[in-house]
Design a binder for this molecule. Structure first.
Ligand code: 5GP
Length: 187
């Protein structure tokens, strides 16, 4: 398992994507973005914390001038609030009006979070707004969102690693693995 300790990989079942596969695909995405956005100095926007791993590797794969900014959110109780609505706990530092935005996301499942955040950004009148997602889980999609740049389609499994956590654990694994159902049931 590519340089990780047994202790760290406790609870991981199948490895779905290796570190090398992820690295190669991000290289492709960075190359595409560099071609498409030449001369436009895009602003890459992400939501903390899961996307940090993808964002830093993607930035290094981009060969044109580019900027980056982050926001942070907390989820409302879905029993009491509209599904997918979130509270911004940290807003962007940059003004996005008239900028070419690329919303960078680690994983899209139902699409509710993403669709909410895209609405928030669109209301700020960017020059353009596209989405770059590394892991797409189409099985439970509730909102149809055009994903201009997409890394991988994943099956309907709870996965961890490469930024994705289970109760804040496993984020720093360099690969994507399936969490054993027993681990999910333990808690
Ligand atoms: P959505 O609003 O698209 O249903 O949910 C997106 C959020 O759900 C992601 O930002 C992530 O926090 C979480 N999520 C969805 N699927 C997974 C998964 O397989 N593993 C982990 N760790 N988080 C997931």
């Amino acid at each position: 398992m590519e340089g990780t300790h047994a202790e760290l990989t406790f609870g991981i079942g199948r490895i779905l994507l290796t570190e090398a596969e992820i690295r190669q695909r991000i290289g492709d995405l960075g190359g595409q973005i560099s071609q498409d956005y030449a001369g436009r100095n895009p602003l890459l926007v992400g939501v903390l914390k899961g996307v940090v791993f993808f964002m830093t590797d993607l930035l290094r794969a981009i060969t044109i001038p580019v900027s980056v900014d982050f926001m942070a959110i907390s989820r409302y109780d879905p029993q009491r609030q509209a599904k997918g609505s979130v509270r911004l706990t940290k807003d962007l530092d940059e003004a996005v009006e008239s900028r070419h935005l690329i919303f960078v996301e680690d994983v899209v499942d139902t699409g509710l979070t993403l669709s909410y955040l895209l609405r928030v950004l669109r209301a700020r009148n960017p020059a353009s707004l596209e989405v770059c997602v590394l892991f797409n889980k189409p099985a439970h999609r509730l909102v149809d969102i055009p994903l201009k740049y997409k890394g991988f389609d994943l099956p309907d499994r709870f996965v961890v690693g490469y930024g994705l956590d289970y109760r804040e654990a496993y984020r720093h694994l360099p690969f994507i693995g399936e969490l054993k159902p027993a681990v999910l049931q333990l808690t």
